[in-house]
Design a protein around this ligand. Structure first.
Ligand SMILES: N[C@@H](CCC(=O)N[C@@H](CS)C(=O)NCC(=O)O)C(=O)O
Length: 215
């Protein structure tokens, strides 16, 4: 199977996780951020992740991909349940963390931003949602404080380093990609329980972090 992704895309990390967690091979294809033709030719719109299955049909939507792979290859390992506290946490973090992440993604030498045209495309599009990138970077302290307090809150919701709710579930598929992206932000302190969880998920899902290039 082939998986079309951007490195920084949290929905793509969800899809990548199921392959790592189940030790299944997949060919990762990094799409340039300004490449509209490839995704449109596969699923009719510009979106990633896209899974191209063994029968050559293409499937978008991260959670559909996770469920498809989990239920069609070996015994299912990912439970559907999500605690309401996790849903609330995800919703709060989603409202603020892009102010930290988006201006940093274009500085991390990621495959989707190899060409200047891809960076320009992303900056133009995302400036419409978060405002000027340089301004957001200048206001790092403000956003960092909000994000740090949410990261601290997560500690109390972690039941095991192997799975947020004790057993692997959609909680891990949704939360780990968000934490992984936050490793590109210098200055965030991951409390021990959160850090142990992140490192265990790296091992289990075989997905790398951004700590080494944090800005
Ligand atoms: N609901 C979709 C959302 C996927 C999504 O929003 N992907 C973003 C990248 S993070 C995207 O492709 N945006 C279009 C673009 O890059 O222009 C899913 O869960 O897979």
């Amino acid at each position: 199977m082939k998986l079309y992704v951007y490195d920084h895309c949290p929905y793509c990390v969800r899809a990548r996780m199921v392959f790592g967690l189940k030790d299944l091979p997949v060919e990762l294809i990094m799409v340039a951020n300004d490449d509209e033709a490839t995704p449109v030719s596969l699923v009719g719109k510009k979106v990633v992740p896209i899974l191209v299955k063994e029968d050559d049909t293409a499937m978008p939507e991260s959670l559909d991909i996770v469920r498809y792979v989990d239920t069609h290859y070996g015994n299912p390992i990912i439970e559907e349940s999500i605690r309401s506290e996790i849903e609330e946490w995800v919703s709060k973090l989603s409202k603020v963390y892009n102010h930290l992440l988006l201006p940093r993604f274009v500085k991390l030498d990621l495959a989707e931003f190899e060409k200047q045209s891809a960076i320009d495309y992303f900056v133009k599009k995302k400036t419409e949602s978060i405002g000027d990138f340089a301004q957001n970077l200048a206001e790092t302290d403000k956003y960092l404080a909000a994000v740090q307090s949410l990261i601290n809150e997560l500690s109390d919701l972690i039941k095991s380093e192997k799975a947020l709710n004790g057993e692997l579930s959609l909680e891990d598929i949704i939360v780990f990609p968000m934490l992984r992206n936050l490793t590109c932000v210098k200055g965030i302190q991951f409390p021990p329980k959160v850090l142990d969880y992140v490192n265990k998920m790296v091992e289990l899902s075989k997905i790398d972090l951004y700590f080494a290039k944090a800005i």
